[in-house]
Write a protein that binds this ligand. Structure first.
Ligand code: M6P
Ligand code: ZN
Length: 169
């Protein structure tokens, strides 16, 4: 069933009012992303911070819809590495995704399956476009939350494993 038409504010609070599903990812769930194991252990000994939250409008949707998520990526570092999203490819058919910065600043790391890596700015008022075949991970390089809007086809299947193997290096 296709999503009902809507027009709402482009903020996490507006999304929540509209019944968004909120997924919170904490450091303990994401620890494998970081290379500095001691830094991970030190931080987890003090608590398990929320690294990012994804606000996803309620289903049902079908494959002809769009996913129009807002993500809040908190500022922070683990050792020298900034807080980041897991990052993923879209499994075939590997379709595009665009990110529009709402506040804060960071980068979208994008990588092809052959290893080619590029960096795109993510900042308020900028659109960053990862075409098909580019995995994408967002990092927060600033000291305030990086809030961004992301749009992709609702037919995507997240492929986290291939992106984890390449790991945006
Ligand atoms: C954006 C979109 C979502 C993604 C989220 C977090 O909102 O790309 O599809 O789920 O960021 O990224 P990840 O799934 O890699 O943790
Ligand atoms: Zn994606």
């Amino acid at each position: 069933m296709a999503m009902e038409p809507f027009a709402i504010g482009l903020t996490p609070a507006d999304y929540e009012k509209h019944g968004a599903l909120v997924t919170r990812r904490t450091l303990s769930q994401l620890q494998a992303l970081y290379t500095d194991r001691e830094a991970v252990e030190r931080q987890l000994a003090e608590g398990d911070p929320v690294v990012y939250e994804v606000y996803e409008l309620p289903h049902p949707n079908d494959e002809t819809d769009l996913l129009v998520n807002i993500t809040v990526l908190y500022p922070g570092k683990v050792g020298e590495e900034p807080f980041m999203t897991k990052g993923h490819f879209h499994a075939e058919p590997d379709t595009a995704e665009a990110v529009i910065g709402l506040s804060g600043s960071g980068e979208m790391l994008i990588q092809r399956r052959n290893g080619e890596l590029r960096r795109l700015v993510v900042a308020e008022g900028k659109i960053s476009y990862a075409g098909g075949g580019w995995s994408h991970r967002v990092i927060n390089t600033g000291d305030v939350p990086l809030v961004f809007f992301a749009v992709s086809g609702a037919n995507i299947v997240h492929d986290y494993d291939t992106a984890a193997r390449l790991n945006f290096k």
